[in-house]
Design a protein around this ligand. Sequence first.
Ligand SMILES: Cc1cc2nc3c(=O)[nH]c(=O)nc-3n(C[C@H](O)[C@H](O)[C@H](O)COP(=O)(O)OP(=O)(O)OC[C@H]3O[C@@H](n4cnc5c(N)ncnc54)[C@H](O)[C@@H]3O)c2cc1C
Length: 221
Amino acid sequence: MTAVDETGPPTERTRVRRLPERGAYDRATIDAIVDEALVCHLAWVTDEGTPRVIPTIHARLGDTLFVHGSTASRTLRAIADGCEVCVEITLLDGLVLARSAFHHSMNYRSVVIYGRAREVTDPGERDLAQRAFVDHVAPGRAEEVRMANDRELAQTAILAIGMEEASAKVRTGPPKDDEADLGFGVWAGVLPLRIVAGAPEPAPDLEPGTPIPGYLRDERR
Ligand SMILES: Cc1cc2nc3c(=O)[nH]c(=O)nc-3n(C[C@H](O)[C@H](O)[C@H](O)COP(=O)(O)OP(=O)(O)OC[C@H]3O[C@@H](n4cnc5c(N)ncnc54)[C@H](O)[C@@H]3O)c2cc1C
């Protein structure tokens, strides 16, 4: 099954042209991928005209994607002034092994977002964003942990990127071999892949008897 989308791309540059039937532009598809992924890749072009890409943690609130880091981060300093950025997120769902080398593929759900980064300076928005980062990694944890104090917040840059210009691309299903190769006699199919959490490893200095939170017991992505 491929993604079926009745909404068109928000702009021409977001239109999936290669295998367009795999493209999707609806918020539900895009948001689900963004929310499931633990990391994104943030790309921009420097003032010197050279490309850069950095893996980083993200969190989404509504139509806004937040990234954060040290105020000393060269990346965040470089893109904080309205710089045009591109964000990419991929969830890898399986290896697609065909009879022919040519038709090997992967099952995936991915998102590309074009936008401009804006530095978040409003204290209320900064507070919402910092909670979103924590809850994105471990839902409910922002209510439990000590949130950043003023000194820590002063060291943290938070950037917001609008998600109005986004596309998703989704591949699912078995390999698509040529008819002539079907009798080739080599195994073909899909090896599903997913992130599996191991058993939680308590910090060596954890107070004995501290319960394991439910969001860790149920972790599955
Ligand atoms: C895990 C993984 C492995 C892949 N491996 C390969 C590979 O080996 N070779 C290969 O050619 N392609 C691969 N792809 C697909 C690749 O991401 C591109 O979609 C494809 O190469 C078409 O590129 P294009 O420049 O012609 O895209 P176009 O269709 O021209 O792109 C136009 C617009 O469509 C959107 N778009 C394109 N691709 C994606 C995407 N993946 N997710 C979200 N939006 C998208 C963007 O907004 C882009 O600006 C892979 C994708 C994933 C996620």
